[in-house]
Design a protein around this ligand. Structure first.
Ligand SMILES: *[C@@H]1O[C@H](CO)[C@@H](O)[C@H](O)[C@H]1NC(C)=O
Ligand SMILES: *[C@@H]1O[C@H](CO)[C@@H](O)[C@H](O)[C@H]1NC(C)=O
Ligand SMILES: *[C@@H]1O[C@H](CO)[C@@H](O)[C@H](O)[C@H]1NC(C)=O
Ligand SMILES: *[C@@H]1O[C@H](CO)[C@@H](O)[C@H](O)[C@H]1NC(C)=O
Ligand SMILES: *[C@@H]1O[C@H](CO)[C@@H](O)[C@H](O)[C@H]1NC(C)=O
Length: 249
């Protein structure tokens, strides 16, 4: 028997066995159930996440497409805490991952870069630590990347400049350091860019400022950082650019 025939036969057999034991043969359900077990859920919002059902499409806070594949997980402000498991990167048709305003901690798994159908990644207002994975730059359909109000550290990955569908990039109120990537000059579709309240240093790349003219940028907030030529201060606003006071102004 050829290798691929054997693989198909094995997959079918394990699925039949799974059905026979009333376990799910849907790997997306397995992934979400594993995530449920990794979280604390004091409000029991995940009670309907029953791994014995054929697929997760009837679970609350989960939405599927017509092929019974998960396209949304909506758990904003749900009271959940704990880590994001790397297996989430296996939800291959996921378009919306809405997990904002919870108490998620640990790092953002690099595997989320495999979610190439993702339109919105909302992990803001949690307690996530570590670096922003450079792999997120591979999600070419991403329109909303909102990671603000976490405890993210390290430099902003240059690869985020590859996100040429982006409308909103919100990374404010973290502990990000290093300089603003000049690759952000490629983000011609971005309307809102918020990088304020971090520890960013160096010059604001001209490529980024030029987005106000050549791109769709309407608001850029870079205040409360350690950028060259400015002194830290709050609430200084110039129509579109919000930055710290100029040193000699
Ligand atoms: C996340 O929070 C829980 C509960 O406070 C804690 O036990 C765990 O060590 C934390 N994990 C990380 C990676 O900080
Ligand atoms: C997903 O991403 C990780 C890390 O970026 C990679 O190592 C892994 O091979 C990917 N998995 C799949 C199924 O593509
Ligand atoms: C995370 O950030 C918040 C808000 O900036 C801060 O109050 C808290 O001390 C930080 N926690 C850690 C573990 O760094
Ligand atoms: C994304 O950006 C990085 C750094 O800017 C670059 O090296 C890489 O080739 C880009 N990847 C893709 C898939 O465009
Ligand atoms: C700006 O936005 C408009 C409308 O959403 C879009 O058609 C246009 O392509 C965008 N411009 C750039 C440079 O992306």
């Amino acid at each position: 028997m050829a290798a691929h025939q054997f693989a198909v036969a094995t997959a079918v057999l394990s699925c039949l066995l799974a059905l026979a034991t009333f376990a799910s043969c849907n790997t997306e359900g397995d992934i979400l159930y594993k995530q449920r077990l990794a979280w604390k859920d004091p409000n029991n919002v995940l009670q309907s996440w029953d791994p014995t059902l054929v697929d997760p499409c009837t679970w609350f806070h989960v939405t599927c497409n017509n092929d019974n594949s998960v396209i949304r997980v909506d758990l904003g402000n749900a009271g959940i805490s704990g880590p994001l498991i790397p297996d989430l990167g296996g939800l291959q048709n996921l378009q919306y991952l809405e997990l904002y305003d919870n108490s998620l901690n640990g790092t953002i798994p690099a595997t989320l870069g495999n979610l190439t159908k993702l339109i919105s990644l909302d992990l803001y207002e949690n307690q996530l630590t570590g670096e922003i994975p450079a792999t997120l730059g591979a999600i070419s359909n991403l329109r909303y990347l909102r990671l603000h109000e976490n405890n993210l550290t390290g430099a902003i990955p240059t690869s985020l400049g590859n996100l040429t569908s982006l409308q909103e990039l919100k990374l404010q109120k973290n502990e990000l350091s290093g300089s603003i990537p000049s690759s952000f000059g490629n983000l011609k579709t971005v309307l809102i860019l918020k990088l304020n309240d971090n520890m960013l240093s160096g010059m604001v790349p001209l490529e980024v400022l030029s987005l106000l003219i050549s791109g769709n940028l309407t608001e850029i907030n870079i205040a409360e950082n350690d950028l060259t030529g400015t002194v830290r201060s709050s609430g200084f606003r110039v129509t579109a650019i919000i930055q710290d006071k100029l040193k000699n102004a």
